[in-house]
Write a protein that binds this ligand. Structure first.
Ligand SMILES: NC(=O)c1ccc[n+]([C@@H]2O[C@H](COP(=O)([O-])OP(=O)(O)OC[C@H]3O[C@@H](n4cnc5c(N)ncnc54)[C@H](O)[C@@H]3O)[C@@H](O)[C@H]2O)c1
Length: 333
């Protein structure tokens, strides 16, 4: 008899990383149910499976999702992720990322769904005192966005004690690139991520990138970040689901490449890969940007068996560039 397919509910599955995760889950034979309110997501980014339009904070709606689909695991990508906006409007972030997540957790508890993989962030660490950053590094977020993610991590632990929830927290560094099929990519509005902005500044005549800060204590004076290809990132989610299914205890894992890339290095690489220079100007530092963020992912490699494959910056940029050239208006919705 064939093994029954596992079913995943993917919140935020119409967004950038969530849509890539859905595609990967389907390639691996999962049934998928995307839950997204399309505040930032795109219906066209959901390339297969079921789609339930609604808000994760709406407990009744989430209960209806879990009563309709017998769910093995929830991947929780839904949330707001603009650091600057979180500073200006913290209530929006606490409401969605913390209170909204409570609706999801309560509905999961009621339905007896006990496995959760959560999209957290390296922003929970704040300004690091150690590079590369291990999971044991103290957490001290310097903006409301990072704090909402840390609070939700804590809430999950409490649901673990009270209701037997088992979870994997994945603290991403900087997601980059696009699915190698060419059908999915990054389409944020507004876009704040460096690689798509640099690509637009190379290929669109009206775009110009601003480099925020050129006097950091780094080799070329610009901020250094750890970029991880989105396909490698989502691969870790499937491994996390397997880990939970085989009885693994709740745990936290960093996901990065362990390699630091400066803003100037990204600008130069985008220009070279695109065959056109990136137009940019140099601006002042932005508040709350740590000079260097590089993660240690050795725990994910050891325990989850995760090994990033698309580690070259050229690969990340060329996949993002291809999608951007073929989809100049993004998903167009
Ligand atoms: N992109 C990165 O580099 C990065 C880094 C660290 C962490 N993360 C986290 O990963 C997750 C996904 O990031 P992304 O870049 O794909 O973001 P995204 O904005 O592209 O996707 C988020 C999706 O969630 C949906 N959503 C938001 N609030 C919702 C709600 N209350 N109910 C239902 N749907 C809701 C949006 O419509 C969107 O489709 C986020 O939680 C983010 O904090 C991203």
């Amino acid at each position: 008899m064939p093994t029954p397919k596992r079913t995943a509910v993917v919140t935020g599955g119409a967004g950038y990383i969530g849509s890539h995760c859905v595609a990967e889950l389907r390639r691996a034979g999962w049934e998928t149910v995307v839950v997204d309110n399309l505040v930032h997501g795109h219906r066209k980014a959901v390339t297969g499976g079921a789609f339930a339009e609604g808000d994760v904070g709406d407990k009744r709606f989430m209960e209806s999702v879990f009563s309709r689909w017998k769910t093995d695991v929830v991947f929780h990508f839904a949330g707001f992720a603009y650091v600057g906006e979180s500073v200006k409007d913290p209530a929006k972030y606490y409401r969605n990322n913390v209170a909204g997540g409570l609706g999801l957790l309560s509905a999961m508890t009621k339905a007896g769904v006990k496995s959760l993989v959560f999209s957290s962030t390296c922003a929970v660490y704040g300004v690091p005192s150690q590079i590369p950053i291990p999971e044991t590094h103290p957490t001290n977020p310097i903006n409301p966005y990072g704090m909402t993610k840390l609070m939700f991590e804590r809430i999950m632990a409490d649901f673990g004690s009270a209701h037997g929830l088992r979870y994997v927290i994945l603290r991403y560094f900087n997601a980059a690139g696009a699915d190698l099929s060419g059908t999915l990519g990054e389409d944020h509005d507004p876009e704040t991520h460096l690689i798509p902005l640099a690509i637009d500044s190379a290929i669109k005549p009206d775009s110009e990138l601003t480099i925020y800060g050129t006097d950091y204590p780094t080799p070329d004076g610009t901020c250094v970040r750890d970029y991880i290809h989105v396909n490698d990132l989502v691969e870790a989610h499937l491994l996390a689901a397997d880990y939970l299914a085989s009885g693994g205890a709740s745990d936290i894992f960093n996901l990065g490449n362990g390699a630091g890339r400066s803003v100037r290095e990204i600008v130069e690489t985008v220009g070279r890969v695109a065959g056109k220079p990136v137009r940019f100007r140099e601006g002042a530092r932005r508040e709350g940007d740590p000079p260097r963020l590089i993660g240690s992912s050795s725990k994910a490699e050891t325990i989850l068996g995760w090994k990033p494959k698309l580690t070259s910056l050229d690969e990340m940029i060329s996949s993002a560039l291809r999608w951007r050239i073929e989809h100049p208006e993004g998903y167009g919705e």
